[in-house]
Design a protein around this ligand. Structure first.
Ligand SMILES: [Zn+2]
Ligand SMILES: [Zn+2]
Length: 235
C-alpha cells in the first residue's frame, strides 16, 4: 500500500542516544568517557531527504519540537536518521528507524494523530507525532511520479549518503584510508585512490559495494528488527 496525500510529522524529543562503536573508533584507545553528541535528525520519505532538524549542542537527549509538512506521492516509508554533527568530514551516524505508511493506515482513516515513542536502532528512541491526510492505493497501477517536496539543502555530507540495511547491518559508503578485507568475500578492498567500501555503522564491518547485499551474517549488535519495533509503537 502506498500513501498519497499530506504528511505532517512533528519530531519531539529523543532519548538515550549513544555514539556507535564506529564513530568512537578513534577515541576508545584513549579510554575517554562516553561521548556527548551534537545530534540532528534527517527526515526521509522513500530515501529522498525532505527535511532536517537543527543541531542540538552537547546532549544525548535533545528536544527538537520541529514540524515537517509535505505532500507525498506513492509514499512507502518514512525514515528518521540521527547524526552527530562533526566539525570535519562526514557526520557520524548515530541511529535510525523506519516507519511504514501502511502501518499508519488506521490513524489515517480515522483522522487521528499517531503519537508515540519510536525505537531507534541500535540505541535510543524518538518521540513523533504523525498526521496523514489523504488516501492509500494498492501497489499495482501506480505511476511513479517523484514529486516529493524538496526542502532546501543547507548542508552536504552525511545526509547524502544512503543507509543500506542488510540483516541488521547499516551500511554507508566510506572512504578507506588503508587496504581492508571484505567481510563477505574476504578479498581486499583497496583504500588507495579513494576507493569506497561499505561500512556497517553499528558493528564496523566493511564490505565491497558489490558484496553488501550478499551479507548473510546478522549484525551482532542488533537486538530486534525494525518491523517489530514499528508494530510495538502503534496504539
Ligand atoms: Zn553490522
Ligand atoms: Zn567483497
Amino acid at each position: 500500500m502506498k500513501f498519497n496525500g499530506y504528511l505532517k510529522l512533528r519530531i519531539g524529543e529523543a532519548l538515550n542516544l549513544k555514539p556507535t562503536t564506529f564513530s568512537r573508533r578513534h577515541t576508545v584507545i584513549f579510554n575517554k568517557a562516553p561521548q556527548i553528541l551534537d545530534p540532528y535528525i534527517v527526515v526521509k520519505v522513500d530515501d529522498v531527504k525532505v527535511g532536517q532538524t537543527h543541531t542540538k549542542q552537547r546532549t544525548n537527549m535533545p528536544t527538537y519540537n520541529e514540524e515537517f509538512c509535505l505532500n507525498v506521492n506513492d509514499g512507502k516509508q518514512i525514515e528518521l536518521a540521527v547524526f552527530h554533527d562533526t566539525p570535519i568530514g562526514y557526520d557520524d551516524f548515530v541511529a535510525n528507524c523506519t516507519i511504514q505508511f501502511e502501518d499508519l493506515i488506521k490513524t489515517s482513516n480515522t483522522g487521528e494523530t499517531f503519537d508515540g515513542w519510536m525505537d531507534l536502532e541500535p540505541e535510543g528512541k524518538v518521540y513523533v507525532l504523525i498526521t496523514l491526510t489523504g488516501s492509500f492505493t494498492d501497489d499495482v497501477a501506480v505511476i511513479k511520479e517523484n514529486t516529493h517536496k524538496q526542502f532546501t539543502r543547507t548542508r552536504q555530507g552525511a545526509v547524502r549518503r544512503r543507509i543500506h540495511q542488510v540483516n541488521g547491518h547499516k551500511f554507508m559508503s566510506t572512504f578507506l584510508r588503508q587496504p581492508t578485507f571484505c567481510f563477505h568475500c574476504k578479498e581486499f578492498i583497496w583504500g588507495v585512490f579513494g576507493k569506497q567500501g561499505y561500512q556497517c555503522q553499528v558493528c564496523t564491518c566493511v564490505v565491497h559495494k558489490r558484496c553488501h547485499q550478499l551479507v548473510v551474517t546478522v549484525c551482532p549488535r542488533m537486538k530486534k528488527s525494525t518491523k517489530e519495533q514499528v508494530t510495538d509503537g502503534l496504539p
